[in-house]
Design a binder for this molecule. Structure first.
Ligand code: DGL
Length: 253
């Protein structure tokens, strides 16, 4: 079974890609809504939450883990593998597959993410390692506004303000490096010039999951959810993702 986690609904964009790539894999999704947003937390806080999420998924039977949260990527240190008895090839995170997608690209890259992701410099360092420049913009309140159901107008204002001082004509691609952001991709598209292509890393992560976990993770395609506090917004998004039903949602609170 594949365990997937995020601070809330963002990782559903990754779950969708995984289900498309590996429909027969069983998945268990943990949304830590009680502690959302992750993107404004310190590295220490995020490390504790990361260990907690992975342990919870392992206790419920997950043998492979997908971190569907960019903000915790800096916490996924080598030491974690030993502490959690997790083999390195049983963990997939966001940064590697995302950066790898641009290896052979000459596009001028702009990346948006939470403050935790930008401050960790994990993307800046990873792009540097493949000899690429990336400009970055942190959007402090966006993930939580999406998670807790702010209006379209409010979300559009947050996005417009974030790009106020950015010379958008200097970029070809905008990387949505927070898994919540693709949930409002249409608003990004409205705010940005047509010359900028939006990049949602979910597909690249789904491909990586298949490459690494197929055929080890073959089941009957069951999908279960655990959330750390109840949320009608989360329930509505899951219902939209799986209109055929057949899933369960457990609330830990
Ligand atoms: N969706 C997560 C990410 O990719 C977390 C966002 C948040 O909770 O702030 O960073």
């Amino acid at each position: 079974m594949i365990g997937i986690f995020d601070s809330g609904s963002g990782g559903l964009t990754v779950l969708k890609a995984i289900r498309e790539q590996m429909p027969s894999a069983d998945s268990l999704y943990f949304g830590d809504i009680k502690n959302a947003p992750y993107g404004s937390k310190s590295t220490n806080e995020l490390s504790v939450l990361t260990v907690h999420a992975i342990e919870l998924l392992q206790k419920r039977g997950a043998e492979s883990i997908v971190s569907a949260c960019n903000s915790v990527s800096a916490s996924l240190a080598i030491s974690l593998f030993d502490a959690l008895s997790l083999a390195p090839d049983h963990l997939i995170e966001m940064v590697g597959p995302t950066v790898n997608s641009f290896k052979n690209s000459s596009a001028r890259l702009l990346l948006v993410a939470t403050p935790a992701t930008i401050n960790s410099e994990i993307y800046q360092n990873a792009f540097r390692m493949i000899g690429k420049d990336v400009a970055v913009v942190a959007i402090p309140d966006l993930a939580s506004s999406i998670e807790f159901g702010s209006s379209e107008e409010e979300i559009e204002t947050i996005i417009r303000n974030a790009f106020k001082d950015v010379p958008l004509n200097e970029f070809d691609v905008l990387i949505l490096a927070c898994t919540h952001y693709p949930l409002v991709e249409t608003i990004f598209a409205r705010v940005l010039p047509n010359s900028i292509t939006l990049f949602d890393p979910a597909f690249a992560v789904g491909e990586r999951v298949k490459k690494q976990l197929w055929p080890r993770e073959v089941g009957d395609g069951t999908t279960r959810f655990i959330i750390s506090t109840d949320s009608q917004h989360f329930r509505a998004r899951v219902a939209g993702l799986l209109p055929e039903g057949g899933f369960s949602i457990e609330v830990l609170d």
